[in-house]
Each structure stands twice: as structure tokens, then as C-alpha cells.
Ligand binder design. Structure first.
Ligand code: NAD
Length: 299
């Protein structure tokens, strides 16, 4: 892997983080977004990451300033990718927006450039043809707050050449991620393929009144040694996100159990302002939730 120049397309929540992390690890980064307003917001977001890196990673002021200085900003795609070894796409999760973006990118990117999508829910094979270089296209999926939650899920589609798959795995490692290879396409990658069924099962046990929040979490924590139970995890994800996902599943499947879960989340939590960890209360009260108390697992 001899990548030096990395372009991040889309500089929202994730794009800003990917740009700063990549620059922090010494790569030249160009950031592309659609207009000056979006670039202005990206500059603010990236600037605010400096303090997080100092706090969470004990980075020095010099290190974070040097990282920022390695980033250049563009509203012209052709200029942004002029010498790119890799483009990481982090634009909105909308099929038409991504399709149009890859069509444009295919016209202006140099032959050498590898394309990676950070899409959470869309599969790379949906866009492989419009990239014009399916063999050099794959997914590189990050988790929010990438400098701490450093999973780098690298996923092939059937047409990805292993050479580029291996290169992107090496790149993910070089920017401080733990690379997690997926050799086949999988909706939800590995993490959400494991996590979503767990969270669904916990919510189902609750709304069927089989047991209560704390007992369900306690069972999981004692039984597996995990530091958090499913409801503590849901508080981190945020109850609104959990509600939106469950409601979508209720509509898609017609399964009344999902609707029941959605109703409980809305009535008992969202309507009462209990949105999860960020608002101080969800299934638990923060900053000292019961599951952190020393005797939680004892009785
Ligand atoms: P966001 O809405 O915060 O940012 C999207 C950015 O893309 C904005 O700056 C917007 O101006 C820009 N944009 C819109 N159209 C564009 C175009 N045609 N070309 C270039 N830029 C364009 O979104 P986000 O949360 O950062 O998510 C981006 C991608 O990352 C999605 O595919 C999402 O699934 C994925 N993702 C998000 C998270 C998360 O926690 N937010 C985690 C992992 C992956």
C-alpha cells in the first residue's frame, strides 16, 4: 500500500472525522463537498475535533494543528481528486445521490484511484457498475467517533479485486483502525449483524413483559462477561434511532411485535424526553447508571 493522497467526499459527521483521522496519521487529505456553506461547516467540525483528540488521545496542540494543516478543501470534484490514491465517500445515505456522485467521480478521477464507500446500509454492488471501475471499488465502514471506536470494516463486492481489498485493509490499519475484512457482502456488516438481533431480542423480552430492563441486562452481563447489556447499549445508540429503525421494520414486515416495541419506545421514553445517554436519561439515569454500581451484578 503506497497511498499518500486521500480524498474524503462528503464532510458531514463521518466525513469530517475520517478526514481528520487520516490527516492525523500523516496522509495528505483533500475534502470535497458540494458548496462553500458545507465546507464552512466541515471546517468548524474538524476544528472542534482537535480538542477531542487532545482529551481522548492526549495528542499535543502541535500534532492536531499539523493534522489540520494537511487538509485542503474543495468544492470542485475534479480538483479534489486530481492526484487521489483513494477516495472515501461519506455522502448522504440516498441511492440517487450516491449514484450521481459515482457517475461524476468516474469521469474525473485518475485511473489509479480506488473508491471506497462508508455507506452503513447500502451494498457496494448497488454502485459497482456506475463507478466504471468495479474492481477498484469496495466498502470501508467506520463507526461514529472513529478515533475511539476504531473499527474499520472492509467489505468486498463480488467484483472487487483482492489487490485493492488488501490495500484498503493496509490503509485502514495505517490510519489507526482495526481492519475487519468481510469477504462477502453482508447488510449491516459484522457489527450490526451481531448487534441488531441482540437489541431486537432484548426489546421483545421487555414488551412481552417477560422481564425488566435491569434483569435482562444483568443476565447478558453475567452470562457473557460483557461490560454493557443491550439496554445500556440502546442508551448509547439513542432511543430515537432505535425507534426509527423499529418503526421501519414494523412497516416493512407488518409484524405487530415491532409495532408494539415502537409504541413503547415512543410513549414511555421519547415522549418523556428520555432519549438515551446524551440527554441524561434513557433506560438508565446518567451519569451514574445502576448497571455501573458495584453490587449490580451481585444480587
Ligand atoms: P451527514 O449528513 O452528516 O453528511 C453528509 C455530507 O455530504 C454533508 O456535508 C453534505 O453536504 C455532503 N453531500 C451531500 N451531497 C453530496 C454530494 N453529491 N457530493 C459530496 N458531498 C455531498 O452524513 P453522515 O452521517 O456523515 O453519513 C455519511 C455516510 O456515512 C452515509 O453513507 C452513512 O451511512 C455513513 N455512516 C454514518 C455513520 C454515522 O454515525 N453518522 C456511521 C457510519 C457510516
Amino acid at each position: 500500500m503506497n497511498y499518500k493522497n486521500i480524498t474524503i467526499a462528503g464532510s458531514g459527521v463521518l466525513g469530517s472525522q475520517i478526514a481528520f483521522q487520516t490527516a492525523f496519521k500523516g496522509f495528505n487529505v483533500s475534502v470535497y463537498d458540494i458548496n462553500n456553506e458545507a465546507i464552512g461547516k466541515a471546517k468548524e467540525r474538524i476544528t472542534s475535533l482537535k480538542a477531542r483528540y487532545q482529551e481522548d488521545l492526549e495528542a499535543s496542540i502541535k500534532e492536531v494543528n499539523n493534522a489540520y494543516d494537511r487538509i485542503t478543501f474543495y468544492t470542485n470534484l475534479e480538483e479534489a481528486v486530481a492526484d487521489a490514491d483513494l477516495v472515501i465517500e461519506a455522502i448522504p445515505e440516498v441511492i440517487d445521490i450516491k449514484t450521481n456522485f459515482y457517475k461524476e467521480l468516474a469521469k474525473v478521477a485518475p485511473d489509479k484511484t480506488v473508491f471506497a464507500t462508508n455507506s452503513s446500509t447500502l451494498l457496494p454492488s448497488q454502485f459497482a457498475e456506475v463507478t466504471g471501475r468495479p474492481e477498484k471499488f469496495l466498502a470501508l465502514h467506520f463507526a461514529n467517533e472513529i478515533w475511539k471506536n476504531n473499527t474499520g470494516e472492509v467489505m468486498k463486492h463480488p467484483g472487487t479485486n483482492m489487490k485493492y481489498f488488501d490495500e484498503v485493509i493496509a490503509f485502514a490499519k495505517a490510519i489507526g483502525m482495526v481492519p475487519l475484512p468481510l469477504y462477502k457482502e453482508q447488510p449491516g456488516y459484522i457489527l450490526n449483524s451481531l448487534l441488531v438481533p441482540l437489541l431486537d431480542a432484548a426489546q421483545s423480552l421487555l414488551v412481552k413483559e417477560v422481564s425488566d430492563v435491569e434483569t435482562i441486562d444483568k443476565t447478558w452481563m453475567i452470562g457473557t462477561g460483557a461490560p454493557l447489556g443491550p439496554f445500556a447499549i440502546l442508551d448509547v445508540v439513542g432511543i430515537t434511532t432505535a425507534y426509527n429503525i423499529t418503526l421501519a421494520k414494523a412497516k416493512a414486515t407488518g409484524n405487530p411485535e415491532y409495532q408494539k416495541v415502537a409504541d413503547v419506545l415512543k410513549k414511555e421514553y421519547i415522549d418523556k424526553g428520555k432519549l438515551g445517554r446524551e440527554t441524561g436519561e434513557g433506560f438508565y439515569k446518567y451519569p451514574n447508571p445502576n448497571f455501573m454500581k458495584p453490587d449490580f451484578l451481585k444480587g
